[in-house]
Write a protein that binds this ligand. Structure first.
Ligand code: NAD
Length: 248
C-alpha cells in the first residue's frame, strides 16, 4: 500500500460497473477513500461498495448525473461532507450509442454523446480544480476511437473522446504550476457492458484478431494504468495520454 494515498479521497465517476468498478476496487486496495459515483443501478454501486468494505477498504456511493452542472456541485459537496475533500479524480463515466454512419446520427444523439463523454469530464474537472488546493491528479478516460475516428461506427463518440484528449493536454498546462497533474488513458477493446449498450455485445471477440496481442482487454488492465497515472509513481508525468490497447 502506498503511504501517499492513505486516506486521500478519489472520485471515480460511473463506477457501478466495468472499468469504473474495477478502478474503484483497485484504488480502495491501494488505500484511497473511494467515492463511487453512479447515475443508475444503485444496487450495482452498492455491490461494489460492499466488496470494497468486506476487503477492509473505505468508500461510499454517490448518485449524480455528471452531465448536470448542479448535480456535479452537489456531488462534490456530498463527498466532502462524507469522505473529505476530493484529492484525485477519475473521469470514467462515458456512453456509447449504436453503430451508425455519420449521416444517420441525429443531432440529439450527437449532443448526448458529447455530453456523456466530454461535458461530464469538463464539469467534474472544473469542480475538482476549483476545490483542490494542490498536489491532486486527474485521469480522464478517453478511447482508442479518438485516434481511429471510428468510421461507420461511432464518429460522434470518437470526436467527443478526441476532445477529451485535447482538454487533458490544455488543462494539464493550466494547472501544472499548482502541482496538479492531468493525464488520460485510451482503452482499446475492453470486455464491458458498454458494447451491449452500443448494440453489439460480442464486438470485442469479433475484432480481437485485429489487436496485436490477439485478445480483448479486461477492466482491471485499464484500472492498473489509471492507478499508475494517479499515483506518485507518475509524479513527473502530466498532459500525457497512455494507450491501453493491446498494441493497436
Ligand atoms: P460501462 O458502460 O460499463 O461504464 C460506464 C459507466 O458510466 C456506466 O456505469 C454508466 O452508468 C456511467 N455513466 C454514464 N453516463 C453517466 C452520467 N451522466 N453520470 C454518471 N455516470 C454515468 O462501460 P466501460 O467500458 O466500463 O466504460 C468506462 C469508460 O471507458 C467510458 O468512458 C468509455 O467510453 C471508456 N472506454 C471503454 C472501452 C471499452 O472497450 N469498454 C474502450 C474505450 C474507452
Amino acid at each position: 500500500m502506498n503511504k501517499d494515498t492513505i486516506n486521500k479521497v478519489v472520485l471515480v465517476t460511473g463506477a457501478s460497473r466495468g472499468i469504473g468498478a474495477a478502478t474503484a476496487k483497485l484504488l480502495a486496495k491501494r488505500g484511497y477513500r473511494v467515492a463511487i459515483n453512479y447515475v443508475k443501478n444503485a444496487d450495482a454501486a452498492t455491490d461494489v461498495a460492499n466488496e470494497i468494505k468486506q476487503n477492509g477498504g473505505m468508500c461510499d456511493t454517490f448518485c449524480a448525473d455528471v452531465t448536470n452542472e448542479n448535480a456535479v456541485t452537489h456531488l462534490f459537496d456530498n463527498i466532502e461532507a462524507n469522505l473529505g475533500k476530493v484529492n484525485y479524480l477519475v473521469n470514467n463515466a462515458g456512453i456509447l450509442f449504436k453503430q451508425s454512419t455519420l449521416s444517420d446520427i441525429s443531432l440529439e444523439r450527437f449532443l448526448n454523446t458529447v455530453n456523456g463523454n466530454l461535458t461530464s469530464t469538463f464539469l467534474c474537472a472544473k469542480e475538482f480544480i476549483k476545490r483542490c488546493p494542490s498536489d491532486g491528479a486527474i485521469v480522464n478516460v478517453s478511447s482508442g476511437a479518438s485516434q481511429s475516428g471510428a468510421p461507420f461506427e461511432y464518429v460522434d463518440y470518437a470526436a467527443a473522446k478526441g476532445a477529451v484528449d485535447s482538454l487533458t493536454r490544455g488543462l494539464a498546462l493550466e494547472v501544472a504550476e499548482r502541482g496538479i497533474r492531468v493525464n488520460a488513458i485510451r482503452p482499446g477493446l475492453i470486455y464491458t457492458d458498454i458494447h451491449s449498450d452500443g448494440g453489439e455485445p460480442t464486438r470485442v471477440d469479433r475484432l480481437k484478431e485485429k489487436i496485436p496481442l490477439k485478445r480483448g482487454g479486461q477492466p482491471i488492465e485499464v484500472a492498473n494504468s489509471i492507478a499508475y497515472l494517479l499515483s506518485d509513481d507518475a509524479s513527473f508525468i502530466t498532459g500525457k495520454i497512455l494507450d491501453v490497447t493491446g498494441g493497436i
